[in-house]
Design a protein around this ligand. Structure first.
Ligand code: CTP
Ligand code: CA
Length: 227
């Protein structure tokens, strides 16, 4: 299997990958989460290691084994993920496949929150740091090749093009995560590569195949950069 990717195409490169959801605490026993399984990000980390890269995988809570040959850093929240990512720098390639929670609870309870009679309850939410945008816009230490993902349920290409500009990354891997597609948690993915060069749509592939093809593409792009 390993022979399918050009061996050593990423040797000498450090690839930093994020994967999985984040969990944002509400109180000691509750959290906000999303349906990300981490499968696509884990497959990418594995494919990058197979291509000879040194790989750091910063992972939210998932039910997956560590990919062989990959340095896995496990975190819970978006803020922990950002800290772990910054600690892992410098990197030659950043691949941000994590489904980072957009919001966290403004004041997570130190004790379990109790029901108060018949009163309705509201959590007040604040925005999490955007890890991809933070790194892309760094003046120093920006990985030269920055890849983001765009999980969309409508206007997939249009939204991805806007994200490419807003986040300041070099490439966006966009996909349709509507429930009907079965992408979230499933083993297949239909992606569009969106960059300044245009849009390329790949056929539906397994997440392993998407990972291999993406790593092959990134090897070509990284080969064109000074190491
Ligand atoms: N991302 C990130 N940190 C965040 C939110 C998103 O690093 N706090 C990254 C994701 O890992 C992904 C890309 O940004 O690579 C796009 O994530 P997405 O959720 O699609 O974009 P958002 O900017 O959060 O926009 P929205 O969810 O409103 O569509
Ligand atoms: Ca988001």
């Amino acid at each position: 299997e390993k022979l399918l990717s050009p061996s050593g195409a990423l040797s000498g490169k450090h690839a930093l990958v994020t994967a999985g959801p984040t969990h944002e605490p509400i109180d000691p026993v509750r959290y906000i989460a999303n349906r990300s399984s981490g499968k696509q990000g884990y497959a990418i980390a594995r494919a990058a290691a197979d291509a000879g890269a040194r790989v750091t995988l910063v992972s939210g809570p998932v039910d997956l084994p560590d990919p062989p040959g990959v340095n896995v850093v496990r975190v819970e929240s978006a803020r922990e993920m950002l800290a772990a990512v910054e600690k892992a720098l410098p990197a030659d390639i950043g691949i941000f496949a994590a489904a980072v929670a957009d919001w966290r609870v403004a004041h997570a309870g130190e004790q379990k929150i109790k029901k108060i009679g018949d009163a309705s309850s509201a959590l007040s939410l604040i925005e999490n740091p955007d890890i991809l945008a933070t790194l892309s816009h760094r003046k120093e230490g920006r990985p030269p090749l920055m890849v983001g993902f765009a999980a969309e349920t409508e206007k997939v290409i249009e939204n991805a093009q806007q994200k490419l500009l807003r986040k300041g990354c070099d490439l966006i891997v966009a996909n349709d995560v509507s429930t009907a597609t079965g992408v979230m948690g499933g083993d297949q993915n239909t992606v569009h590569l969106v960059s300044a060069a245009g849009v390329e749509t790949w056929p539906t592939l397994s997440k392993t195949e998407v990972a291999r093809k993406l790593v092959e593409r990134l090897s070509d792009l990284a080969g064109a950069m000074p190491s």
